[in-house]
Design a binder for this molecule. Structure first.
Ligand SMILES: *Cc1c(COP(=O)(O)O)cnc(C)c1O
Length: 350
């Protein structure tokens, strides 16, 4: 793959900002190079020094965990940063376009709108799978990004792997972005393991879900080293704060929390689905490969408001095409899930 053909020339040729921490990487010495406060921070921990712009300590850990190399990893302030940078790197407003497969994660559309990039939507089928034919008919020579989300948000299901392969092999004008935010809850292998075979694939993951670190904002993109280099070139130099880097480093050293969480959440998901199954006013509980379920209810919006009155907050997706009368429910603690079931039963028996 000749990457240069799919990257905007001004990005390809960009001379990046060179920070003080880029120019001198040593840890020992007297640092009079970055205009920091030498006295400290005035809180118990000192944050007065700029952090590692390339976050190498965390990337070393992630390379082990994800079976890839550090030069295949980009870290961003949430996945949202990677989504935005990918668009700015590949798409010129008024020229290029991207393809989305709704119902799906809303940030692809918002980010494309902010960047004023044409979005072509090819809806999922009724059972929330890809319309491969439709996508390939919609692609043209100016299509630069195809966003696939598997397991998909808000529907919860994984996309058929054979469809993803077909698209990767047929789409020749840009990159296939596979958003694996929920991969830890799924039995599917990650496409990270196939990056060497498919240099046009970009995989996104996040620490916001299974790892329990949503507040720290750490999103990951995995791709060919050439693409990672370009992302690093255009990101804000210190996009991941020092506190985030330190806490993430500790969290990645303790994989059992994530693994135990996934096991518990999946067991709770099964239990919740079982207890919802015998409520007659539920039209459908969609199969889930994620830490949430999408449920088609009778009078969904009324139920949603009823739950809010009892301070139980779910996500009403009723206004989303193909999700009519459906609510997305995150799997909570067992007592929270019990409360939800109890309130739903109360609502329909009133
Ligand atoms: C939650 C989620 C993300 C994660 O976003 P962060 O910015 O990393 O918190 C990414 N993609 C999808 C589909 C999601 O649902």
């Amino acid at each position: 793959m000749n990457f240069e053909n799919f990257i905007l020339p001004h990005i390809w040729n960009l001379k990046p900002y060179s920070s003080a921490r880029d120019e001198f990487k040593g840890k020992e010495g007297i640092f009079l190079d970055a205009n920091e406060n030498p006295l400290g921070s005035g809180v118990s921990e000192n944050w007065n020094r700029y952090p590692d712009p390339l976050q190498l300590a965390i990337k070393d850990q992630l390379a082990d965990i994800k079976s890839c190399s550090t030069n295949q990893i980009f870290l961003g302030n949430g996945s949202d940063e990677a989504i935005d940078l990918l668009m700015r790197m590949t798409c010129q407003s008024g020229v290029h376009n991207i393809i989305l497969c709704p119902p799906t994660y809303g940030m692809y559309e918002v980010s494309a709108s902010i960047n004023h990039i044409e979005q072509r939507k090819v809806s999922l089928s009724k059972n929330y799978q890809l319309d491969v034919e439709g996508i390939l008919q919609t692609v043209d020579q100016n299509t630069r990004l195809l966003f696939l989300c598997s397991p998909n948000n808000p529907t919860g299901n994984k996309l058929k792997r054979s469809d993803i392969y077909t698209l990767i092999e047929s789409f020749k004008t840009g990159f296939v972005v596979i958003d694996e935010a929920y991969i830890d809850f799924s039995d599917e292998p990650s496409f990270i393991l196939e990056l060497a075979k498919y240099p046009q694939v970009i995989v996104m993951q996040t620490l916001s879900k299974a790892y329990g670190l949503a507040s720290l904002r750490l999103g990951m993109a995995f791709a060919h080293p050439t693409l990672i280099q370009l992302l690093n070139k255009i990101k804000p130099p210190y996009n991941i704060g020092g506190a985030t880097q330190e806490i993430v480093f500790k969290a990645l050293n303790n994989p059992s929390f994530k693994n135990d969480s996934v096991r518990l959440i999946l067991a709770e998901r099964t239990r919740l689905v079982d207890s919802l199954q015998n409520i007659p006013d539920i039209i459908q509980i969609y199969p889930s490969d994620a830490n949430f379920i999408l449920v088609h209810f009778k009078r969904a919006t009324e139920l949603f408001n009823y739950l809010i009155e009892s301070q139980l907050i779910t996500r009403n997706r009723s206004s989303v095409a193909l999700c009519e009368d459906s609510i997305r429910i995150t799997i909570g603690l067992s007592e929270e899930n019990d409360k939800l079931v109890q309130l739903i039963k109360q609502f329909y028996s009133a």
